[in-house]
Design a protein around this ligand. Structure first.
Ligand SMILES: Cc1cc2nc3c(=O)[nH]c(=O)nc-3n(C[C@H](O)[C@H](O)[C@H](O)COP(=O)(O)OP(=O)(O)OC[C@H]3O[C@@H](n4cnc5c(N)ncnc54)[C@H](O)[C@@H]3O)c2cc1C
Ligand code: SF4
Length: 324
């Protein structure tokens, strides 16, 4: 690991002032469960770390109007156990409890969870691929068992976060702070960027910006939700495929639906065709299967990840049937 300095900001304004204009030179550290691993493996070598966990504006869960404000530095365990989250946005609690292990959820924050870097093994082993500024994707023709089946290319990473699909399904937004007190609000479905938009980055944050807070509208009255995560083994792991699903039924018919998938695309993937297939229908074996099939329309699996197509189809179907 390279030497680095550690500079504890007194305020959020102080923190943004320390960040600078170049990605990678200065790094924000929250729980450090991802960043410190990257530094030890020499994937990241920031000259300075700026911790944010202690900043007041970035902590805790509040109810404001018809929604929640969740500080980006709130540990995942506090999101899982928070009564307001459980009642007003239960889908988020269901997804957050699926992250890693109790230790990861104790240290890891919700902001770090959605800003974490990809798990592609070429990236993590420091191959000089697109993500590291190189000119090739080694997974495209190499070991691509866990890579994208949707929206892939030129990089085929999948977005690893469990909370991101739930937050997108809930219609959450990110409050972002920049230098000099500048702020912007970005809907989460515009927060993540595909490799075609920017092959080096996974979100719209500029080097001098901090994700301060997530603004999460209450789930629609009467809605039901579930988060289903498929892994290579039952205990901690990243999703091979995950489905955040939320439906509202009126007289037994789906009147409103959100289906967002993780682990299958470089960004949390909103399955609009699956939503269209199930909207206006009763939740039955037949209609849920049709929605599952629609969810993977346009999938382009690589040589070793074709299994993800039927897996995703079945996971969408199972998620929907569990809400009937
Ligand atoms: C063994 C293990 C298992 C894991 N399993 C899962 C899993 O099952 N599901 C899952 O989703 N994740 C998993 N993770 C990934 C991840 O480490 C955690 O989910 C955690 O939430 C990351 O949060 P953190 O606060 O530790 O982030 P950090 O490591 O502090 O930061 C991660 C990245 O986000 C940036 N960042 C952090 N906070 C902010 C902010 N407020 N604004 C801007 N940038 C920010 C950092 O600069 C860094 O690049 C796992 C990690 C490990 C080591
Ligand atoms: S999928 Fe992305 S991170 Fe992995 S080798 Fe290809 S370019 Fe690199």
């Amino acid at each position: 690991m390279e030497n680095f300095s550690y500079s504890r900001p007194a305020t959020l304004r102080d923190a943004t002032a320390q960040l600078g204009k170049e990605h990678g030179r200065v790094a924000i550290i929250a729980g450090g469960t991802d960043l410190l691993g990257e530094m030890k493996d020499e994937l990241a070598a920031p000259a300075r770390l700026v911790p944010v966990r202690h900043l007041r504006e970035m902590q805790g869960v509040r109810t404001v109007g018809a929604g929640l404000r969740i500080g980006a530095a709130t540990p995942l365990v506090d999101v899982v156990e928070n009564r307001a989250v459980q009642e007003q946005a239960p889908l988020l609690a269901m997804a957050a409890v699926k992250v890693g292990t109790p230790a990861i959820r104790n240290m890891g924050t919700i902001g770090g969870n959605i800003c974490q870097r990809p798990r592609c093994w070429y990236y993590r082993n420091n191959y000089p691929c697109f993500k590291h500024g190189g000119s090739a994707c080694f997974s495209a023709l190499g070991e691509n068992d866990f890579h994208a089946i949707l929206e892939g290319g030129p990089s085929f990473i999948v977005h690893p976060s469990d909370t991101a699909p739930a937050l997108v399904a809930l219609g959450a937004s990110a409050r972002i702070a920049g230098p000099g007190g500048r702020e912007r609000i970005v809907p989460l479905d515009a927060f993540f960027v595909t490799p075609r938009q920017d092959v080096r980055r996974e979100n719209v944050l500029q080097p001098d910006e901090i994700l301060v807070e997530l603004q999460v509208p209450n789930a629609p009255a009467g809605s039901r939700a579930t988060y289903v995560k498929e892994m290579v083994r039952e205990t901690w792991n990243f999703a091979l495929c995950s489905v955040a699903a939320m439906v509202t039924l009126s007289n037994g018919v789906v009147s409103d639906v959100r289906i967002v998938m993780g682990g299958v695309a470089p960004v949390p993937y909103r399955a609009l065709k699956a939503e269209a297939a199930i909207r206006g229908q009763r939740l039955t074996e037949t209609t849920a299967a049709a929605a599952g099939a629609a969810a993977v329309e346009g999938a382009r699996p690589l040589a070793k990840n074709g299994y993800k197509v039927p897996l995703t189809q079945a996971t969408v179907k199972r998620a929907l049937l569990s809400l009937a």
